[in-house]
Every structure is written in structure tokens, then in C-alpha cells.
Design a protein around this ligand. Structure first.
Ligand code: C2E
Ligand code: MG
Ligand code: MG
Ligand code: MG
Length: 278
């Protein structure tokens, strides 16, 4: 009967929950060891000026190189790092490593780039991101204007006044702030006014079906126009086709990222790409 089915469904559901909880605990324990053993690394995806085609920046994206499994995607371990609190140490490492690498490229004579570092919501609220950035800059000798932090709207929506104070400290340092995955979050327009933001990154979900989808065309065009009228730089994410790039050119979008130029690359391959351009 319905009752039995209900109980069965519940048992199944709770088994699945237990399974998922076990997996999280396992990933958490392994991640702890991986961090101690230096198994995290950064890949870099070019940020390209739409008008000139030149690489002017890089987004640092963390990977976990497991000796047995190979490269593990951040989608699998960042949520675990967030819920376990490991994100504090992980985020600090990412910030230091990205600044160190960007400065090393400059020292090797490559053109000065802006490096963008992701900061997840819990990391933003649990840790002192402004002090962390200041230390990473001082430790590496990278100029603050070469560092950009990517935050999502959800990070700004939580305890907004505290968030604003942190962004003001970052702004005073000279670090740029980007809103990542823009358009997917909540109360976006109010945030733009309240926070010292420099860059909007149009979520790749809006770019995916350009130029086929009229709605996505309209939304992307509106974000570019609004960003520009507020004096912000606009970056399109997930650009894979020449048609998408042509649309962005037509709308005067500033920068793009995506497989059309390159996937995220290990540091050495990224440097080769830069050298080829120089
Ligand atoms: P995100 O910051 O929005 O990064 C963009 C994601 O889109 C990256 O996935 C990138 O590899 C992927 N991507 C880039 N170009 C294209 C394209 O043309 N087509 C498609 N389909 N995808 C593209 P990735 O590297 O797996 O990172 C996923 C997410 O994990 C990131 O989303 C970010 O939220 C988070 N993440 C990555 N690294 C870090 C980190 O160091 N710290 C924190 N807190 N989060 C990170
Ligand atoms: Mg990002
Ligand atoms: Mg994004
Ligand atoms: Mg994302």
C-alpha cells in the first residue's frame, strides 16, 4: 500500500543521504592529506580582450591531483572544503600561489597580467580575505592592481554591511572586485550600487545559447549595457564559438573567457601561450 511505499522511499532516501555523508567525510579526510602533501595546483584560463584578441588576464582555477584518480575537479571538493572549514587554508594557499605565479611571469619578462582568484561565500565570511590578500601581495611582490577577487552574489547577499566593509578594505589596497556568475543570483541590481565593484562576469549559462536564444541575447546585451553605464568592465564566460564572440564584439563586451581561446591550462602551458603572443 501507500504506507509501505512511503516507508520504502524514506529508507531509500536516508540510505542515499548516509552514503552521501560518508562520501563527503571521505573526501574531507583525503583533502586534508592532499593539502599537506602539496597535491593542489592551479590551472589558468586566459582572459582575452574582445576588441584586440590579446590575453590580458588569467583566472586561477584550483585542481587536486590525486596520485590514483588523477585530476579532481573543484566542483567535487570545493563544496566539501566549504562545509568542513578547510576552505580557509585552501583559499589562503590559492591566493598566495596565484600571486606568486603572476609575479614570477612578470619576472620572466612576460607582459603584466591581471590574475583573478575565486573566493567562495563561506571563505568570504569565515576568513579575513582582505588581510589574506594583503599578505599574498606583500609576500609575492605583486602589484595590487594585478589582483582581482571573484565573488558571487550570494557572498554579498549574506551580512551585506560586513561584506561591504571587506570590499572597501580591498578597494583601498587597490585590489579589483569581480562579481562571478552574474545574473544567476539574487537582488543583483541593489548590490551593484552598494558595493565597490569593478567587473561583472556574465554567467556562462547566458552565453551558451547565444546567438540562437533571443532571451539570452537580450539578457547578455542588457548586462553589457548596464555594466558599461555603471562604469564597470564586463567579462563573458564560457565563450566557445566564433558566433558568440562576434555577438560580444558587436555589443562592445570588454573581455571573454572560454574554450574558443583556451581551456584552463597548467602554468607552464599558459606561459607558452603568452610567449607565443608576445
Ligand atoms: P567559475 O569561477 O565560474 O569558473 C568557470 C568554470 O567554467 C571553470 O570550471 C572553467 O573551467 C569552466 N569553463 C571555462 N571556459 C568554459 C567554456 O568555454 N565552456 C564551458 N562549458 N566551461 C568553461 P572549473 O575550473 O571546473 O571550476 C568550477 C568552479 O569551481 C568555479 O566556477 C569556481 O566557482 C570554483 N573554483 C575553482 N577554483 C576555485 C578556487 O581556487 N577557490 C574557490 N573558492 N572556488 C574555486
Ligand atoms: Mg570564477
Ligand atoms: Mg563563473
Ligand atoms: Mg561558477
Amino acid at each position: 500500500g501507500a504506507k509501505a511505499r512511503g516507508r520504502g522511499a524514506y529508507a531509500f532516501y536516508s540510505e542515499e543521504m548516509t552514503q552521501r555523508a560518508r562520501e563527503r567525510l571521505e573526501i574531507e579526510a583525503r583533502l586534508r592529506v592532499a593539502m599537506e602533501q602539496g597535491q593542489l595546483l592551479l590551472h589558468y584560463q586566459p582572459q582575452v580582450e574582445v576588441a584586440s584578441g590579446r590575453i590580458v588576464g588569467a583566472e586561477a582555477l584550483v585542481r587536486w591531483l590525486d596520485p590514483e584518480e588523477g585530476l579532481i575537479s573543484p566542483a567535487r571538493f570545493i563544496p566539501v572544503a566549504e562545509s568542513s572549514g578547510l576552505i580557509g587554508v585552501l583559499g589562503q594557499w590559492v591566493m598566495h600561489e596565484a600571486c606568486r605565479q603572476a609575479r614570477q611571469w612578470q619576472d620572466e619578462g612576460l607582459p603584466a597580467l591581471r590574475v583573478a582568484v575565486n573566493v567562495s561565500p563561506r571563505q568570504f565570511h569565515l576568513t579575513d580575505v582582505a588581510s589574506c590578500a594583503a599578505q599574498a601581495l606583500a609576500g609575492s611582490g605583486l602589484a595590487a592592481r594585478c589582483l582581482e577577487l571573484e565573488l558571487t552574489e550570494s557572498a554579498l547577499a549574506e551580512r551585506p554591511e560586513e561584506a561591504r566593509q571587506t570590499l572597501l578594505r580591498l578597494q583601498a589596497l587597490g585590489v579589483h572586485i569581480a562579481v562571478d556568475d552574474f545574473g544567476t543570483g539574487y537582488s543583483s541590481l541593489a548590490h551593484l550600487k552598494r558595493f565597490p565593484i569593478d567587473v561583472l562576469k556574465i554567467d556562462q549559462g547566458f552565453i551558451r545559447d547565444v546567438p540562437g536564444s533571443g532571451d539570452d541575447l537580450a539578457i547578455s546585451a542588457a548586462i553589457i549595457a548596464m555594466g558599461h553605464s555603471l562604469g564597470l568592465q564586463v567579462v563573458a564566460e564560457g565563450v566557445e564559438t566564433a558566433e558568440q564572440l562576434a555577438f560580444l564584439q558587436g555589443r562592445g563586451c570588454d573581455l571573454y573567457q572560454g574554450y574558443l581561446c583556451s581551456r584552463p591550462l597548467p602554468a607552464e602551458e599558459f606561459a607558452q601561450l603568452l610567449r607565443a603572443q608576445a
